[in-house]
Ligand binder design. Structure first.
Ligand SMILES: [Zn+2]
Length: 174
């Protein structure tokens, strides 16, 4: 059993060539549904304990397992994480780095470079706050801090109808 976690904290469980999406946890049980439910109209599902160490119940799938799809999902997930964590790395570089660790067969499965780099760029865009259209906006918490929880907003004039001045800096750069 292996868990992969996306940028939003969503979890998927991989087991024997099948992938499951976390549905709900009730009491001491987590219910996972086949991630190809819609695609194959599959009713495959499993239940695990909260620690995700034991399988309590398993419903069979209606299609043959797809280990290559899981390998692909894992690589894509890692690339998306890298895209957010190292915001200056070029998508083509992230793609090249991810592929360098794979054998030829897995490489072919990951998908075409243009397609994957587009996914990486989209992922980044989604992570950036919406551009404000007036001076009354709140800066998301994550964008007020840098590593080590240092606040980088050293001055904020606050909203007024005409302008707003915000100064960003770190202690080191002052
Ligand atoms: Zn299934």
């Amino acid at each position: 059993m292996e868990i992969i976690e996306n940028n939003k904290g969503g979890q998927k469980l991989c087991l024997e060539g099948y992938m499951y999406t976390k549905k709900l946890s009730r009491g001491a049980t987590i219910r996972w549904q086949c991630s190809r439910k819609t695609f194959f109209n599959c009713l495959g599902a499993i239940s695990t304990n909260i620690e995700i160490t034991e399988i309590k119940c398993l419903k069979e799938h209606n299609y043959v397992s797809e280990p290559e799809e899981i390998a692909k999902a894992k690589v894509l997930n890692e690339m998306k994480k890298t895209a957010i964590l190292s915001s200056t790395a070029k998508p083509s570089q992230i793609y090249a780095d991810a592929l360098s660790g794979l054998d030829e067969e897995d490489r072919a499965n990951v998908g075409h470079k243009d397609h994957v780099t587009k996914t990486i760029r989209n992922q980044r865009r989604k992570n950036i706050p919406i551009e404000p259209s007036n001076t009354e906006f709140k800066i998301p918490k994550a964008w007020q801090m840098r590593e080590g929880n240092e606040n980088v907003i050293i001055y904020d004039s606050g909203a007024n109808p005409f302008n707003r001045i915000i100064v960003f800096s770190t202690f080191v750069q002052l």
